[in-house]
Design a protein around this ligand. Structure first.
Ligand SMILES: Nc1ncnc2c1ncn2[C@@H]1O[C@H](COP(=O)(O)OP(=O)(O)O)[C@@H](O)[C@H]1O
Ligand SMILES: [Mg+2]
Length: 298
């Protein structure tokens, strides 16, 4: 059965307050880093000054104002589902979650990009289950954004309406509240990809997404963007510039090593957090309760 080798431990060990040598430290933030905002803040200060009045609210108020379509999450894609006995990796998502919190103790990371080299490596799977892992904690809100405008899948897995969504917001055809969907109970929110657009690269770079992230991200513990693959299109590079950290999903035994290197090179020296090795085969020497940690940034 497949299992995820979450791989951020080495990132913690290798990160240094100064710029790392190439390839040595996956966590490499340029410039001064401020203290992260307190977790679970209900009335956050907006970056750069006073809060935008409409977003000076907490998750409950936000939930009250956005759509609650009643998702029908497909249990086949939810590693925490009670019906899901074939996924042994719920614990590995908890561990990934814990690593991210530890990384955040020293660096102000809140907005994550999940990308990969090629389609089908598990970006959507990781983004969704990481968000579920986060919101299984008490009063920890997560916002999932389907930023893969070319092959959006999050709404399918979550049984959610696909529109209005991000593309509609970026087109100026919908406001923040109309593209945000909320779970009725859990602190999980979703912005689906929205209607098909012929020009996703231009839309993602038009400045509106940055404004949206600036306004809504302080309301959430984490914001997770499900991105397109790196080698196919330029979108992931644009999106990475709007995020605090990049997680690269690698499908074990499938993606050629040199292609992975090309992908890592795209983010190395910027905001690469590490690699999640997905669908790795269980190895005898891991033991029953251990995971294959280790960030591959070479
Ligand atoms: N660890 C895993 N175990 C089992 N199935 C997985 C795992 N990761 C991904 N998959 C499955 O592989 C397929 C492709 O994953 P997906 O997340 O859609 O890839 P991507 O978003 O990178 O294109 C999906 O059917 C998904 O459910
Ligand atoms: Mg996907």
């Amino acid at each position: 059965m497949s299992r995820i080798h979450e791989a951020l431990k080495k990132a913690e060990e290798e990160k240094s307050p100064t710029r790392s040598a190439p390839g040595a430290g996956p966590l490499d933030f340029a410039g001064d880093v401020a203290e992260p905002s307190p977790l679970g803040t209900l009335y956050p200060q907006m970056p750069g000054g006073a809060p935008t009045p409409e977003f000076c609210l907490g998750l409950e108020e936000l939930r009250g104002r956005c759509a609650k379509p009643g998702w029908k999450m497909n249990p086949d894609y939810d590693v925490f589902s009670a019906k899901q006995t074939s996924f042994p990796c719920a614990e590995q998502f908890r561990t990934l979650r814990a690593r991210l919190y530890r990384l955040r103790e020293k660096n102000p990371i809140r907005i994550l990009l999940v990308t990969s080299t090629l389609p089908g490596e598990g970006k959507t799977f990781v983004a969704l289950n990481l968000a579920l892992a986060i919101t299984r904690q008490h009063e920890r809100g997560a916002l999932l954004i389907d930023a893969d405008l070319r092959a959006s899948r999050l709404h399918v897995r979550m049984g959610a309406p696909s529109a209005p969504g991000l593309s509609d917001y970026l087109n100026g055809r919908a406001d923040e509240f109309s593209v945000l969907q909320a779970d009725a109970k859990a602190d999980l929110f979703l912005i689906p990809a929205g209607r098909f657009v012929p020009n996703p690269a231009e839309l993602l770079a038009n400045g509106l997404l940055k404004g949206l992230l600036d306004r809504v991200s302080p309301l959430f513990d984490w914001v997770i963007l499900d991105a397109p693959p790196v080698l196919a299109v330029s979108d992931a590079g644009v999106l990475a510039g709007l995020c605090d950290g990049v997680i690269v999903v690698v499908r074990a035994g499938a993606t050629a090593h040199d292609l992975v290197q090309t992908t890592l090179q795209e983010f190395r020296g910027k905001n690469l957090l590490g690699v999640v090795l997905n669908r790795a085969e269980r190895e005898a020497n891991y033991g029953a309760y251990s995971y294959g940690y280790g960030v591959d940034t070479k």
